[in-house]
Write a protein that binds this ligand. Structure first.
Ligand SMILES: [Zn+2]
Ligand SMILES: [Zn+2]
Ligand SMILES: [Zn+2]
Length: 247
């Protein structure tokens, strides 16, 4: 029964990668609990700022100003030296030199038009912060997303709602899988745990296992996603205390 200790290796296999990609696509690359997409980061002096799209937010057209600025007017008015754009799945987030976050909304996201063809509208967010849309279309529409800032990186995990002993990570139906961000993934494991079954001649029996004390049984170590693909180093991705020394 070394299927749990080899779990970390399974997560690197093409079978899992392609199923994982399919589930991410199905779920719109967003956490199905909190609505966050994965984060990108930028360095601000010695600080790292993680940011991304939050699909649980809405920006109503009423918050978007009617006034249209040119990019130059926008930069002058807010005293901005530069504007960077960062792609985050199918959205483009704009970031300015003075830490204002906004959105590029262009007809062809692979080709951002030259700046003389772009218009800027300011957004007054409900929390008092300023945001913006840089766009090549004059009409104003509600946005069915916003952005978040986070101290820790947000990644997307594909969570198994249950485990069946002897099955590989990809040997589950799509209905047993769901996209969660690393934070919700950890809280789901801590709050609900995951049921583990053994399948003997078609009889599913629940097996009692102790989720890893560090990763809560997610197999990932949420705060360090860049270390060894984020695989938990207490259980080495095996997810359960009973299996952690086998690795
Ligand atoms: Zn989440
Ligand atoms: Zn999980
Ligand atoms: Zn662990």
């Amino acid at each position: 029964m070394d299927d749990f200790s080899s779990y970390a290796a399974q997560l690197d296999k093409p079978e899992w990668r392609s199923l994982r990609q399919k589930i991410l696509e199905r779920d719109g690359h967003r956490c199905q609990l909190c609505g966050k997409g994965k984060s990108a980061f930028m360095r601000d002096k010695d600080k790292i700022i993680n940011y991304g799209i939050d699909y649980s937010l809405k920006i109503s057209a009423g918050l978007i100003s009617d006034e249209i600025l040119t990019v130059e007017q926008f930069k002058n008015r807010l005293n901005i030296d530069w504007i960077k754009c960062m792609r985050n799945h199918d959205k483009i987030i704009g970031i300015t030199s003075n830490n204002t976050y906004g959105f590029f909304i262009v007809k062809d996201s692979n080709n951002i038009p030259p700046k003389q063809d772009l218009m800027v509208r300011l957004i007054s967010l409900p929390n008092g912060a300023l945001s913006f849309i840089i766009t090549d279309t004059p009409e104003v529409k509600d946005l069915d997303y916003g952005f978040y800032l986070s101290q820790t990186p947000i990644s997307l995990n594909v969570h198994h709602k249950n485990y069946i002993l002897g099955r590989k990570a990809w040997e589950y139906s799509d209905l047993d899988l769901v996209t969660l961000c690393n934070e919700c993934h950890l809280s789901v494991h801590k709050a609900i745990g995951v049921k583990v079954y053994s399948n003997e001649n078609g009889f599913m029996t629940e097996v009692k296992l102790t989720p890893c004390l560090r990763c809560g049984g997610t197999g990932y170590f949420p705060e360090y996603k860049n270390v060894q693909n984020g695989i938990c180093f207490r259980c080495n991705g095996s997810r359960f205390e009973e299996y952690k020394s086998n690795s």
